[in-house]
Design a protein around this ligand. Structure first.
Ligand code: PLP
Length: 451
């Protein structure tokens, strides 16, 4: 184990001096010092001061199975002893990759039966971007290159994935997006729906896809990519009218549908995959995070048989990562999937925990600061507002009130994230009813202290 004996202040100083954090304002971190997490069990984190914190974000939406499962540790250790690394390039394979690909093919809906392994969600989406273009070239339509995605969608941080994403702040840094990517607006009724009903608005936003395809020319569009439920954008649950219309449009124009299930996969929305919850039939699914419950990095692109057959009949797809199908990651994923299924964690989360969480989460809607309280399965958001009736925004710069609320939560030993002025949760699927009660009590207290 890494020695934890240094005092918190010293660790914070070393951290600020040498460690560059993702998505973190360096100056603020240096001033305040990071909260240093030293261990975790179930849904509880322990910090270097011995404080116990309820993790309502499952790390970064990934620790679906909860912290501290020794079976995953043992699976990694066994695999490290037997075969710590071998690649799957150049006509070689190994048992963990074979067995995990088979298992994912069984779990994934419909014709999604073939798996390309990656190291993370971002590079899975880079794989998808290259793969769909290679697919269309193999079908004799190389000019089909454009991938359409959504503003405020999130698909990762690499050049390709961040270009697919619609985070304008990310695009402003480093000259994104790369060519042949287009965006349409998100189905965020609360913030952007105006006087329309949610269903009218859902149709309007879905039909932007049709307009964009016609503007670009259907013969130039390769795919549409979206999260079944936007996660990092603020847990934006689309109106019911949205996905059926998107599916109709992708089918009408024959463009591929990529469901980015990095967050929504492996039980998060109450089914194994968000595509099932939203009744979508994608051609490709992006997976990461919950595939190993975050215990070790792994990503996967799961593709349809039609895509697989087309690629196999074409010239070699010149793409892959050293760690594509890393044996230790695959062994941990297999153990994670075994536990999720055999202990009925996905099923229980969908049938018992999610309805309880929904009732409690929605009870927050009576708070004066809370506008809509949305939740699908085990991911939810509340929109903070100074006026529920008009869905008004705060006079303070966007995100200020959300940030204050997040800080109050943290001080009350609850990890909730804020996205602008939305507060979001995505707890481990194994959270108990008592722990949900604690989550809600701490959230309410933090809202009171924000108001
Ligand atoms: N896609 C979605 C929907 C995500 O939420 C994320 C990360 O949060 C990614 C892709 C990127 O995954 P990673 O951080 O593993 O690269």
């Amino acid at each position: 184990m890494i020695d934890n004996h240094l005092p918190t202040g010293e660790l914070q100083a070393l951290d600020a001096a040498h460690h560059m954090h993702p998505f973190t304002e360096g100056a603020a971190l240096a001033k305040k010092g990071a909260r240093i997490i030293t261990s975790a069990k179930g849904v509880w984190l322990t910090d270097s001061e011995g404080e116990e914190i309820l993790d309502a974000m499952a790390g970064l939406w990934c620790v679906n199975i909860g912290y501290g499962r020794d079976e995953l540790v043992d699976a990694a250790a066994r695999q490290m002893k037997q075969l710590p690394f071998y690649n799957t390039f150049f006509q070689t394979s190994h048992v963990p990759a074979i067995m995990l690909a088979k298992r994912l093919a069984e779990l994934a809906p419909g014709a999604l039966n073939h798996v390309f392994f990656n190291g993370s969600g971002s590079d899975s989406n880079d794989t998808n971007l290259r793969l769909v273009r290679h697919y269309w070239a193999a079908k004799g339509q190389p000019e089909r290159k454009v991938v359409i995605s959504r503003w405020n969608g999130y698909h990762g941080s690499t050049m390709g994935a961040a270009s697919l994403g619609g985070m304008k702040g990310m695009h402003a840094q480093g000259g994104l997006p790369i060519p042949d990517i287009a965006h349409i607006d998100q189905p965020d009724w609360w913030s952007e729906g105006g006087d329309m009903t949610p269903d009218e608005f859902g149709l309007e936003r879905a039909r932007q896809l049709e307009s964009k395809i016609e503007e670009i020319g259907a013969d130039k569009v390769a795919a549409f990519i979206a999260e079944p439920v936007q996660g990092a954008g603020g847990v934006i649950v689309p109106p019911e009218s949205y996905w059926p219309e998107i599916q109709r449009i992708t089918q009408k124009y024959g463009i591929l549908l990529i469901a980015d299930e990095v967050i929504t996969g492996f039980g998060r929305t109450g089914n194994w995959f968000g595509s099932q919850t939203m009744s979508i039939t994608p051609d490709i699914m992006t997976c990461a995070k919950g595939i190993t419950s975050g215990y070790i990095p792994l990503g996967a692109s799961i593709v349809s048989t039609e895509i697989f057959d087309t690629l196999n009949a074409a010239e070699e797809f010149a793409h892959g990562y050293t760690y594509s199908g890393h044996p230790v990651a695959c062994a941990v994923a297999l153990e994670n999937l075994r536990i999720l299924e055999e202990e009925g964690i996905v099923e229980r989360a969908g049938k018992e925990t999610a309805p309880y969480l929904k009732e409690k989460w929605q009870s927050l809607a009576d708070h004066p600061l809370v506008g809509e309280a949305k939740i699908v399965g085990m991911m939810g958001s509340i929109a903070l507002t100074p006026n529920k009736a008009t869905r008004a925004k705060f006079a303070a710069p966007a995100g200020t009130v959300g940030y204050i609320c997040r800080e109050r939560c943290f001080a009350n030993n609850l990890v909730m994230r804020h996205v602008g002025d939305r507060m979001i949760i995505s707890p481990p699927l194994v959270i108990s009813k008592d722990e949900i009660d604690t989550l809600i009590a701490r959230a309410r207290l933090s809202l009171d202290e924000t108001y």
